[in-house]
Design a protein around this ligand. Structure first.
Ligand code: ADP
Length: 490
């Protein structure tokens, strides 16, 4: 199959979250399985300056945006360690900025226009580059217009006739909702501005647009696929998703094992695998304590956290329980994250109050993220919802025991400790049911008690986690099966 993957984030060009990891790993895995795959992203300043080898394709084009023609051009690169082409849509007025979507927590006011341009450029690039495409795979609201443009504006041309559109939801909460006059920017007829297609309570909704036009829809874990069809998790689009359930599937993300593998990871001080984890991992713990300027104590349990500081991630719950576990068990908390200012402030205050037990780093830092995964004893993810989550999988691979809320992809990857799961050697972490302080405290208590009093079980959990195969080959095959299924329906 020939696959074009349209995305607003891509490692190592531009990243704010997990979408960037998926956008690199999935196309590479599809290509390794023998399918011709390419990726297209906006030519952000960060991407152009990412240090990757990038060259001009020598193609300029115009996109009509309401009453003007906006000029763009195409650059080309490759995914690292592969021959997968990456195309970058260059348009300096839209993308030559510091952030991808916002600056200092403030969304760019022309975000709709920026991604209208990009989505239409994706369709134009197919023609301009002479690509023969079977599957056009778009992601999240930023490329939500891609399936609509395909059906409404391009389908009648031979090159586009048989293209199957697939759209993946990485997070239902971000929908790309804009005031209704932005419909003019899309160049699409007002006849589509109805609740059946693009309208959402009087506004334009780009994720909804994708969900109604795409031939097939996926999301990033089986449990999240079920959850988003309910009122509690559907963010007011659960009805749309239920109406498309025959064409909706949850496929668990894999892990990019080129980047996340403790036996080859150059970002950690000591490499290790399941054979020497118990000797080597403590050295990573010491290095982490040094790096974060905490006392180098091997007997203090280290609990790590990496992630966006947003209410979704439940880090506010962690801030409420930190003092209790410091007082009772001398826990060392290490937090790496950036996001909501009030949360950053709260974490900063706690770190000042407990300098020997709490270290926070309020930036985005890949190296520290790797060191935390390698050096922590436990990793907490109390997400209120979690479409898939990557860090709990990284934790397992690095022999760090996850403590997670039972939701979405966390449910699909973490098998909680019970007598049965211990007996059949599937237990790999701790899971709590209610996303509140009591739930979180309950799970931390379980984990710390096992860590302190039952080392044999603890070691078993580590080995079970490290042995689980999260490679992308498996998930990529599921995507291929889904592509085929939707193709057959068409
Ligand atoms: P989301 O996409 O909701 O942010 P995921 O768990 O799917 O959450 O993916 C988050 C990715 O971003 C992971 O690879 C994680 O390691 C990384 N990440 C998040 N915050 C930071 C940070 N402050 N520094 C380094 N990496 C981070």
């Amino acid at each position: 199959m020939n696959i074009l993957f349209a995305t607003s984030e891509l490692v190592p060009f531009a990243k704010t979250g997990g979408l960037a990891d998926v956008s690199c790993a999935l196309p590479r895995a599809l290509s390794q399985l023998g399918h011709k795959t390419c990726v297209i992203i906006p030519g952000y300043k960060k991407a152009v300056q990412s240090g990757q080898n990038i060259w001009s394709v020598g193609i300029d084009f115009n996109i009509p945006i309401w009453n003007k023609n906006v000029k763009g051009s195409l650059l080309e690169s490759r995914l690292p360690n592969s021959d997968v082409p990456v195309y970058l849509v260059l348009q300096d007025q839209y993308y030559d900025r510091e952030g991808l979507y916002n600056q200092k927590e403030e969304d760019y006011s022309d975000n709709c226009e920026r991604f209208v341009f990009f989505s239409r450029a994706v369709l134009e690039a197919i023609r301009l580059l002479g690509l023969e495409i079977d599957i056009l795979h778009s992601n999240d609201w930023q490329t939500g217009l891609v399936p609509a443009y395909l059906d409404i504006l391009y389908r009648s041309f031979q090159r586009y006739k048989n293209i199957v559109s697939i759209h993946t939801i990485h997070n239902m909460a971000y929908q790309g909702v804009f005031w209704h006059w932005d419909m003019c920017l899309t160049g699409l007829d007002w006849e589509y501005f109805t609740p059946l297609y693009m309208e959402f309570y009087g506004k334009l909704n780009l994720l909804k647009t994708a969900l109604t036009f795409a031939d097939g829809v996926t999301t990033v874990s089986p449990t999240y696929a079920k959850e988003i069809q309910t009122e509690g998790f559907g963010c007011a689009l659960d009805g749309v998703l239920r109406s498309r359930r025959e064409r909706l599937q949850g496929i668990l993300n894999g892990v990019d094992t080129d980047r996340w593998n403790p036996s080859t990871d150059s970002l950690i001080p000591v490499q290790f695998d399941a054979n020497n984890v118990f000797e080597q991992k403590p050295l990573c713990k010491t290095a982490l304590q040094q790096e974060m300027q905490l006392p180098e104590r091997n007997d203090s349990p280290v609990i790590g956290i990496v992630g966006r500081l947003a209410s979704q991630k439940g880090i506010d719950l962690v801030t409420e329980v930190m003092p209790k576990w410091i007082e009772e068990h001398d826990v060392q908390w290490i937090v790496l994250g950036a996001g909501d200012q009030w949360l950053e402030q709260r974490l900063q205050n706690l770190a000042e109050r407990f300098p020997r037990n709490i270290a926070v780093k309020l930036t985005f830092c890949d190296k520290t993220a790797h060191l935390i995964e390698a050096g922590s004893d436990m990793f907490v993810m109390p997400s209120r919802y979690e479409p898939c989550g990557l860090n709990q999988m990284y934790s397992l691979i690095y022999g760090t025991i996850p403590i997670v809320h039972e939701t979405g992809g966390l449910t699909d990857t973490i098998v909680p400790v019970t007598p049965d799961t211990l007996a059949n050697e599937t237990a790999n972490g701790f899971r709590f049911h209610d996303a509140d302080v009591n739930g979180l405290n309950w799970a931390i208590e379980q984990a710390l008690s096992c860590y302190k009093n039952d080392r044999e079980t603890w070691k078993k959990l580590i080995l079970t986690g490290m042995k689980r195969d999260f490679s992308w080959q498996h998930s990529a095959q599921e995507y291929l099966d889904f592509y085929e299924k939707i193709r057959a329906k068409k």
